[in-house]
Each structure stands twice: as structure tokens, then as C-alpha cells.
Design a protein around this ligand. Structure first.
Ligand code: SF4
Length: 181
């Protein structure tokens, strides 16, 4: 359950909004959990070898404690809550989990924190028994992409294109122009 009221659109740009985001973090369970970890790595980069592909990414925070990996991913929480968003988060958590399991964790806990939604936390857990199923699923996705490469979107979509490595290169979608000063 959110501990604070969600922010309105654009409120985070204000000092008061920013203070509420900081407060949402401070009152969430995250600082306490990270303080208990033996090692904490921000922006932990990973590369997971799949069948004929490499899944690369970075976790906002990876903390380790006695064979357990705690992954924290910060979300703005601006988008609505729906089944598509839930599925995206679960897929993302599964990718992170595979990376952490391959790095030797016996158990993985992934926490997705929506700071602009009052610090709402979504929790996913995995253990070594999940590794094979996640691998199989991702390898199947790679096979499907290879057999039928996805087409680019009709136009720039900030939610997905912003971090896409194909933007401005392989993909014909035009990135937004920067404002000149
Ligand atoms: S930039 Fe990436 S996500 Fe956006 S349309 Fe192109 S390939 Fe798809």
C-alpha cells in the first residue's frame, strides 16, 4: 500500500514534489533493507548469454546478503496500473533474476518502487529452481524475434524508445529534437 499520496502530473518538478519523492523513499522499506546488506552496488551492469544473443542491462541497485540478491528498481509510477504494466514489470524482474542467479545468488528478491506513487512497492521473488524456466522463456523470445523481427513503432514513444539502443541508428523512428538554447 502506498504510504503517501501519489503526486499529480508535473508535481515532481516542484520543490515540494521533490521533497515528497525523497520522503517516499525515506519511509519505504528500501533504506532499511539496503543498510542490512553486506554489499550494495548502484547501477549494476549485467550481460546474460542466451542462445545466440546477449541480454544486457543495468539494475538500479543490487545488494547482496548471505547468498541472497536484493534488486531495487525505481519507477516513477506515472503510468497507470494495468495488466500490460504488470506483465512488463514481471518480465523485467525475471531478466534481473536470471542475471543475479547466474552471478551465484541462491535467492533473488526484486522490489520495484514507485516513488511518485507514494513509495508503492511491488515484490517478486525467485530461487535457483526458476533459472531454467526463465532461460527457456528468454531463449524462446530470442527465437521468435529472429524468425519474425519486430517492426519499429510508427513514431517515437518516450516510455520505450527513450532507452532503446536502436534509436537514432538502426531504427528509422526520429528521436525528439532538443530545444536550442
Ligand atoms: S526506438 Fe526502439 S522501441 Fe522505439 S520504435 Fe525504434 S526499435 Fe522500437
Amino acid at each position: 500500500m502506498p504510504q503517501l499520496e501519489p503526486l499529480q502530473v508535473g508535481e515532481v518538478e516542484t520543490d515540494a514534489g521533490l521533497e515528497r519523492v525523497v520522503e517516499a523513499y525515506r519511509t519505504s522499506l528500501i533504506p532499511e533493507r539496503l543498510a542490512a546488506a553486506a554489499h550494495v552496488a548502484p547501477e549494476h551492469a549485467f550481460a546474460v548469454t542466451l542462445d545466440g544473443a546477449v541480454l544486457i542491462g543495468a539494475m538500479d541497485v543490487l545488494a547482496r546478503l548471505e547468498g541472497e540478491a536484493l534488486i531495487v528498481d525505481f519507477k516513477t509510477g506515472r503510468g497507470g496500473k494495468d495488466a500490460a504494466r504488470d506483465a512488463r514489470h514481471e518480465n523485467q524482474a525475471r531478466c534481473y533474476a536470471l542475471a543475479a542467479l547466474r552471478e551465484g545468488a541462491a535467492r533473488v528478491e526484486a522490489l520495484f518502487v514507485e516513488l511518485e506513487r507514494g513509495g508503492d512497492v511491488e515484490r517478486f521473488t525467485f530461487d535457483a529452481a526458476d533459472e531454467r524456466a526463465i532461460e527457456d522463456e528468454l531463449n524462446e523470445r530470442v527465437r521468435r524475434i529472429r524468425n519474425e523481427p519486430p517492426k519499429p513503432l510508427g513514431r517515437y514513444a518516450p516510455d520505450v524508445c527513450g532507452d532503446c539502443p536502436a534509436l537514432g541508428g538502426l531504427c528509422p523512428v526520429e528521436p525528439p529534437r532538443r530545444r536550442s538554447r
